[in-house]
Design a protein around this ligand. Structure first.
Ligand code: GLN
Length: 254
């Protein structure tokens, strides 16, 4: 082989390798690994076939399909999701996760795909009628959630203080503690609240609402390429009516 031919070959191989690295973590046919906490119905829960299903699982599957990727879901504690995506243990988090300024310091959020509202679950015979009655009460929350952050903040910041709050690994455990009278109320997102009240007798949701929040997917700050692709896919899915279709499959209008 002539020297020039060898050189051309070497160059071609080097250019190929460069092209491949430029594709980063979103090559077609690759796996999109999603982190979630599958105890947050109807966004994510384990069904009777032992599979993780729900709004977030379906939206993530539709996004993965648009990107030509295969979705894999990893179930973990809610309060370890930000670290998991930041450190690359998962590519993306969909977990009914609220966009907050504090979380934005660690991760990037996609466009929002849903809204949530913090509500208060109490026993039907509770003397708690509004959020003003929560002072001095034992409040159950899911560890690391916005409900936890609001309630455990100092009274001058609109919260009830650290000592008012009992933390649980998931909403179902908090609701069980409420049914067992170990706490006086649970502060949690409205849609899971409805599911938990349906599944447990003697509980109700207060009319007063805490805070309206935006849910979005979280992606590592270093992976801006994936962020752009997922935002593109979400925009298309919204325009096609697919996001609304998935949400209304799990949340029936009242
Ligand atoms: N939306 C709440 C938050 O982001 C709760 C989410 C959850 O428990 N999965 O903190």
């Amino acid at each position: 082989m002539k020297v020039s031919k060898v050189l051309a070959l070497v160059l071609a191989v080097v250019m190929c390798a460069m092209l491949c690295t430029a594709c980063g973590g979103t090559k077609s046919g690759e796996t999109l690994t999603m982190g979630t906490n599958a105890a947050f119905p109807p966004y994510e829960f384990v069904d009777e076939n032992n599979e993780i299903v729900g709004i977030d699982a379906e939206i993530a599957a539709a996004v993965a399909e648009k990107l030509g990727m295969t979705l894999e879901i990893k179930d973990m504690a809610f309060d370890s999701l930000i670290t998991a995506v930041d450190q690359g243990a998962v590519d993306i988090v969909l977990a009914g996760m609220t966009v907050t300024e504090e979380r934005k310091e660690s991760v990037n959020f996609t466009e929002s795909y849903a809204t949530g509202v913090q509500v208060v679950i109490v026993p039907v015979d509770s003397d708690i009628a509004t959020i003003d009655d929560l002072t001095g009460k034992k409040i159950g929350v899911q560890s690391g959630t916005t409900g936890d952050i609001y309630c455990s903040s100092a009274p001058e910041d609109g919260g009830y203080g650290e000592e008012a709050v009992s933390r649980y690994d998931n909403g179902a455990l908090a609701v069980t503690a409420l049914s067992n009278k170990q706490i006086d109320c649970v502060v949690i997102d409205n849609e899971p609240a409805k599911e938990f009240v349906k599944a447990n007798e003697g509980l109700k949701i207060l009319e007063t609402e805490f805070a309206v929040e935006d849910y979005a997917a979280a992606i590592a700050k270093s992976n801006t390429e994936l962020l752009e692709k997922v935002n593109g896919a979400i925009a298309e899915l919204k325009a096609e009516g697919k996001i609304d279709e998935i949400i209304s499959k799990y949340i029936k209008a009242e």
